[in-house]
Design a protein around this ligand. Sequence first.
Ligand code: ZN
Length: 427
Amino acid sequence: MCPGSRRLAELQEMLRFTSGFVPNAVQMISEHIYKDETANSLVDDAMFTIIQKTLVSCIREAKPLGPKPRSVNIKVIILNTLSDQEVLPLVYPESVNRLDITEYVQLDKEQIDCIFAMVNLNHLVIMNDEEVLKSDIMVALLKICKHLKRLELDDYHLLNDPELTILPTSCRLSYISLFRCKLTHSHITSMISDVPTLKDLKLTVTCEPDGQCGCLKQIQSVAGAKSKTDDQELMKSACVTNIQVYESSGVFDHLKDSNTLKCLKVMDSTAEKSLGKFTGQCVKLEDLELDSVTFSRYSDGYSLNGGSLQQLKLNDVDIDYRIILSTINISNTIAPFDIKLDQVRLIGINADEFKSLLLKYKGVSIESFSGDEGEVKTSTLKVVKESTDLVGKTDILHEDSTTNEIASRPRSRFNERTKNCFPCVLF
Ligand SMILES: [Zn+2]
């Protein structure tokens, strides 16, 4: 926590009063705070609000002899109310690193011009409920944000312009969160596949086919006229580490595999076939959480992943029991594989029979199990492969020393992984 900013909150009234007598004090105060923020990376949102409110009240008090336009340094601007907007014309725009625009403000042209001069933004949040910043203006703004690392958008409808890319021209994004947005399949797949810097992607969106993604051609073409080769060419590899997807039907039709994805959380009742194919081809997938998904089709060898899973959570899922068993069978991780089932409706077996089958599996321990007819109400399973029990013995370890080192401390590696996953959860 930042002690300087805490002190600022206590001194807010005195600084405002002083600004009335010494108008230029606002610049001095802003310089001091700016340096303090730079030195203290732990300043939180509440403090940023206090900093901004202090400056706004000082600017008001200093009028009309107060700070000249664009003379105040401020690192973070949070526009929550109409009065917050007063700070915009007085801010030195290149000093702003983060801008939050909530749904309660209305920006005029001069204020929008101020925002467009903020070329050093690395974190941008826009909640667009009352069309605070129209989509074409938002996209134009993104094009000049060459240093943007974090982008959070709420309530943007971009379906009408399939050619539009919402990604900045020079993309350094590591985190994107889109909430209540409407986009095309191509928008989404380009985010998941074309941004090498992107680590975390969280989507609660509606997305639809478009001219480029191929879905529309598929629908329009005569059955069988489209070859499998064409389908493969349209599909892309995901290069993101964490993905959380809600309600975005059809996205997984365009993803074929990933050698970077570690955490995937999906809530999508329409995702069965394409999602299953995709997760099976994610060679580093460790955490998989599925909510409201149905997996009714089982074929020999079909599993939810190729063997790298260390954590599987199924909530409100309909699934052929053989897919769960196959996923356990194929698991080849050194770390224990934890499985949590809640309201899982088994296809092809009742809960008691399923439990009996699990008891026969070597390496599977049932930590809790509650079932009723065809549904597992709640259950926690742990899978420890035989090789894990023998960790440290040379006969089961790979030849290279790196693998040996990791294998000898599976537990710490596992703990570190769980600590780092899903750094930002919005819902
Ligand atoms: Zn599509």
